[in-house]
Design a protein around this ligand. Structure first.
Ligand SMILES: Nc1nc2c(c(=O)[nH]1)N[C@H]1C(S)=C(S)[C@@H](COP(=O)(O)OP(=O)(O)OC[C@H]3O[C@@H](n4cnc5c(=O)[nH]c(N)nc54)[C@H](O)[C@@H]3O)O[C@H]1N2
Ligand SMILES: Nc1nc2c(c(=O)[nH]1)N[C@H]1C(S)=C(S)[C@@H](COP(=O)(O)OP(=O)(O)OC[C@H]3O[C@@H](n4cnc5c(=O)[nH]c(N)nc54)[C@H](O)[C@@H]3O)O[C@H]1N2
Ligand code: SF4
Ligand SMILES: [Mo]
Length: 644
């Protein structure tokens, strides 16, 4: 039997897959051959997704904590007991502290609307605190909300004549996009990578520029200045879209090729070449990654690139423009039934969970936390403070996941979640314009339940009695589909394009701001090195970091260092080193390499802590710092390095 589904992971590509089922097991999963983006292949993370489903450590029963929070000591309990406990504790918390003392916390562990939003129905109806903000691309989201276009259909890529991969490691983080880049190349396009690090992707580009991290807005300003100076700026488009061109002129004025070279660590010739290519290509496509946003000046990066896409006139032709978040216009909020919202509860920023759980700061304090589809103990900034929050004895925590993650170890009750092979769901995407339906290939394993099933069982115990709490997963999934679509229509194939039109070349009702305050490169504290945290080729954020096959491929937690920095510290390739960060330390194997410029380190992947006294978990090192729009500054991390 072959079942059509899709990969639920937080990845630009949202692949469609076919699960081959024999005797109640998935024996193989493969990329859908005729899906225009997937084109028959999955990735190095997901190609054996069935191993996740049958992994020996998989959670298959609800658990109750028996030891200290974080110790990982649990005993199995029945679903009735788990749900009764949750309902009793939630009710007691509401009675004593009000419903705002409850907080749901979920992210993109699964992008499916049922897994993400079904449980939110309960929290909305209770009047719990709402989750706001974002830990991923918050800078882009803020500028998108201001009207900056940044959604280009990847299927237009072949029409681009110049492609800038600006802080995006396509072959690792969204490799299905490479096919379209290759097509553009066959049509004569040049591909330029802008990345402080050499990667699989930069090696295949026509040119690789390696600026100092965080200097991108200055590099962009030098290009913008060149467009204006040489009368190549599309002032017609600027007149339609831009509010502050004069301020932009003033901002870019100091950034000659020479000044930008000084700030970015590139040569003036490199800056000039980039500017000249960008000024003459018709059209150019800027594909920007999320990583360069993970700094305090994240918005300046996004705004600088948006200015270039506009002033270069690249939005005028298909294939041109700025691509950061490419999504179909699917409104998925109805799955969480915001119409059931009781009262007008506060919204707490998910990117500041540590602060939120600090009872000295948040009033009324959060007393009940339910986490699903996220592993904040690994992925949140402000690590030591977050742990102080998660160990609070007066905080009742429920975590729903596939494994006993670092976050689940702090839970009072752990609930076993179904995997994508075991439930029905629907999702949009953030790297293309297709909507995909996932059909279950298997019955739920063990006692695992979908978010929808947990919602249906928990709601009545909390006295919630609205028809929305009786909807099946299929009904919840179908509730987000555009008018005129149905789940049945999306059977064969299980996807459909929901195109997002290009922004019209017409006056914008609300003009865009393209200028920022004076631009500067973040200063490195004396004696410290900046450490970047790029994505692992084999993990998806912290998902799969516990799986044997992926661990074997990734190897040990490794920190890459330039030879000059290693020599200055008398550190040898292969040595075990300790990185001392804002509040804690990390242990890693040293790899000495010229793949990185001096002064910058790279620690790939998001590792679990588990019982390790000094694991590779990057957020042990990160500062407590955010951009003005609330993006955690994960990459603005400075460390000292010593032998272990
Ligand atoms: N294999 C894999 N794929 C993934 C993920 C994963 O964990 N693993 N995660 C998914 C998610 S949630 C996201 S958000 C995306 C992220 O997708 P990307 O943004 O592509 O991911 P990163 O590897 O973090 O960063 C890309 C490159 O940016 C560079 N970089 C870092 N800082 C700067 C800077 O200041 N300027 C410039 N110019 N470059 C910089 C890094 O060296 C890196 O090579 O990937 C998604 N896809
Ligand atoms: N230091 C540092 N921190 C970072 C980043 C960084 O680059 N550096 N990147 C940030 C970014 S861009 C992102 S997107 C975030 C990601 O942060 P998170 O969203 O916390 O991502 P994951 O760590 O992958 O955790 C997802 C969890 O969801 C679970 N899950 C998967 N499917 C389901 C399901 O169907 N049901 C339930 N209940 N659970 C499910 C998985 O098992 C996994 O434990 O991390 C951010 N944190
Ligand atoms: S993680 Fe991304 S590339 Fe890999 S199968 Fe899932 S959607 Fe496709
Ligand atoms: Mo992300």
């Amino acid at each position: 039997m072959q079942i059509n589904g899709c990969c639920p992971l937080d990845c630009q590509d949202s692949c469609s897959w076919v699960a081959h089922v024999h005797d109640g097991r998935v024996v193989r999963v493969e990329g859908a051959k005729d899906h225009p983006i997937t084109r028959g292949v999955l990735c190095a993370k997901v190609r054996d997704y069935e191993a996740r489903v049958t992994a020996p450590e998989r959670l298959l029963q609800p658990l109750r904590r028996t030891g200290a929070k974080g110790s990982g000591a649990f005993e199995p309990i029945s679903w009735d007991e788990a749900l009764d406990t949750i309902a009793a504790r939630f009710k007691a918390i509401i009675a004593e502290h009000g419903a705002e003392a409850l907080l749901p916390f979920q992210y993109l562990g699964s992008m499916g609307v049922v897994q993400r939003f079904a449980l939110l129905r309960i929290f909305h109806a209770l009047g719990a605190s709402r989750q706001g903000g974002a830990v991923c691309g918050a800078s882009a989201s803020a500028l998108l909300a201001d009207g900056h276009p940044m959604n280009v259909d990847p299927e237009e890529t072949p029409e681009a004549r110049l492609i800038l991969l600006w802080g995006q490691n396509v072959l690792t983080t969204c490799h299905h996009q490479w096919h379209f880049i290759e097509q553009a190349r066959a049509n004569g396009a040049r591909v330029i990578a802008i990345d402080p690090r050499q990667t699989r992707t930069t090696k295949l580009c026509d040119l690789h520029l390696a600026p100092v991290p965080g200097s991108d807005a200055i590099l962009a300003a030098a290009i913008g200045r060149h467009l204006l100076e040489t009368d190549r700026a599309d002032l017609g488009l600027a007149a339609l879209w831009v509010e502050d061109l004069d301020a932009y002129r003033r901002m870019v004025a100091p950034w000659t090729f020479e000044a930008a070279a000084e700030a970015t660590g590139l040569t003036a010739a490199e800056v000039a070449q980039l500017a000249k290519e960008f000024a003459t290509a018709r059209p150019a496509l800027i594909r920007a990654g999320i990583a360069p946003q993970q700094a305090r000046n994240g918005e300046a990066f996004v705004r600088g690139l948006s200015a270039l896409a506009i002033l270069g006139g690249h939005w005028r032709s298909p294939g041109g423009g700025l691509s950061i978040l490419s999504f179909p216009p699917l409104d998925d909020a109805p799955a969480g039934r915001p119409d059931l919202l009781r009262g007008s509860p506060r919204t707490l920023d998910m990117a500041k969970l540590a602060e939120t759980l600090d009872p000295g700061v948040t009033s009324p304090p959060v007393k009940g936390l339910m986490v699903w589809s996220a592993n904040p103990a690994v992925t949140q900034i402000d690590w030591p403070r977050l742990r102080r929050g998660l160990v609070r004895e007066d905080l009742f925590t429920v975590v729903c996941d596939h494994f006993l993650t670092d976050t689940a170890r702090f839970a009072d009750i752990v609930l076993p979640a179904t995997t994508q092979f075991e439930h029905c769901d629907v999702q949009g995407a953030w790297g293309h314009h297709y909507v995909t339906v996932n059909r279950p290939a298997l019955a739920p394993q063990g006692e695992a339940r979908s978010s929808g099933a947990i919602m249906r069982a928990l709601a009545p115990r909390l006295g919630l009695d609205h028809p929305a709490f009786r909807e099946s997963d299929e009904q919840i999934a179908a509730s987000v589909l555009p008018v005129g679509w149905s789940l049945e229509d999306l059977a064969e194939p299980n996807w459909r394009k929901l195109p997002m039109p290009r922004p019209p070349i017409a006056p914008m009702a609300k003009r865009l701001r393209i200028a920022d305050g004076p631009l500067a490169v973040p200063a490195s504290p004396a004696g410290k090195l900046q450490v970047l945290n790029p994505r692992s080729h084999y993990f998806l954020n912290s998902t799969f970091a516990n799986m044997a096959r992926q661990q074997k491929s990734q190897g040990k937690a490794t920190v890459v260092m330039n030879a000059s920095d290693a020599a200055a510290r008398a550190l040898a390739d292969g040595a075990t080193v300790v990185l001392h960060g804002a509040a804690a330390r990390v242990q890693a194997v040293l790899k000495v390499s010229d793949a990185l410029r001096a002064g910058v380190l790279a620690l790939e992947g998001k590792w679990w802590d588990g019982d390790e006294p000094s694991a590779g978990a990057m957020n042990r090192l990160t500062p407590s710092a955010w951009s003005p729009a609330g993006q955690p500054a994960y990459n603005e991390t400075y460390v000292t390095v010593e032998p272990a």
